[in-house]
Design a binder for this molecule. Sequence first.
Ligand code: NAD
Length: 382
Amino acid sequence: MSAINSHLLQVGVLREQRPGERRVAMVPHDIRRLSVKAVLLAEREAGRDAGFPDNVYVEAGARVTSRGDVIAGSELLVTIRPPEAPQALRPGSILISLGGRDDDLASALRARSVTHLGLERLPRTTRAQSMDVLSSQAAIAGYAAVLEGARALDVLLPMLTTAAGSIKPAKMIALGAGVAGLQAIATARRLGAITHGFDVREAAREQVESLGAKFVFPNVEMAPAEAAGGYAAEQSADQLTRLRRALAEHLAPMQLIVTSAQIPGKPAPLLIDEQTIAALQPGTVIVDLAAESGGNCLATRPDETVTTRAGIRILGQTNMPSAAATDASRLVSGNARALLDHLIDDSGRLRLEGDDPIIVALLAGQTPTRALVSAVQEDRQP
Ligand code: NAD
């Protein structure tokens, strides 16, 4: 045991660098739990904006130090978004972060001999569910989208009866009824809106209806829309044009539209074009959760709110989960801990080999630097 403790794997948590990003990849609660089998380093103020000050990291057992020290001292680094300067990472180290579909990042990391475990590559299986950052953050994004949308609306979501008269509940629709869309429906319903949902996957109908929302079924023929892993298949340009025209009549009476339609690794499908926007009522708010991958609405501008001359507002925040940074960080951190628990066995050995489907998917053909994996393992031989 003393041999193990003399060289536990060094795991570093970096402060996020993107402007406006308030989340942190690991919170003190999970640092404490992991510290039985790894040495944890945290960059100074890594969790400050998420509500976790440095002293709480220290109490949890982390060594809080400069960014340079964390990078130099960590065999394995955990961040949400990939670091801005991959060329500054330690050769032979392992990076766990988003960015798993970014080819430029992959080649920069390969050139530096850094093994990247891109979180988008986690299989969508029951075993990997606890590690699934995309799902945990999509759930927060769906919730936050409705709150942001409600604030931008000039009408109330719930019905309200007063001596001065009655207010009708607002109508809301989620386009894309995956994790984010379903959470948006659930949130809008709790706030009293009349909710609707649409998705190209037939399986989404039951999920939308189970939340008490109406599944909108545009009168258009669609190709089989389910691809591997529960994701949607890409629609052809022609199918999308027909879908947009058929959806328009369902969108016209809505006050709040939350869009989250995505195809992994592809630009977001365009569901709302100029013609559809022209048919909406003044004051309608669109929250486009697909803004980062091009947007589901033609007028979306990433990280801006666009107001059309007719008074339609389109919110294009690309980092919605950061609006609830404390809980978003707790969930990301729970995902990261579940993954690290999977990769590091009880005696502190790093497992990056074999035919485990989670490890195979994360490695995506990369061969981790043998020197690192075996050196760490040899040090641990009792
Ligand atoms: P996503 O973020 O890739 O896409 C969001 C939604 O957009 C999806 O439901 C997709 O069908 C929909 N979409 C794509 N093109 C569309 C179009 N043209 N029009 C309307 N909608 C369109 O998806 P997601 O939220 O990550 O989840 C996709 C599915 O995977 C869901 O069924 C979810 O329940 C499932 N899932 C399974 C697991 C697991 O088993 N571990 C984990 C997470 C999600």
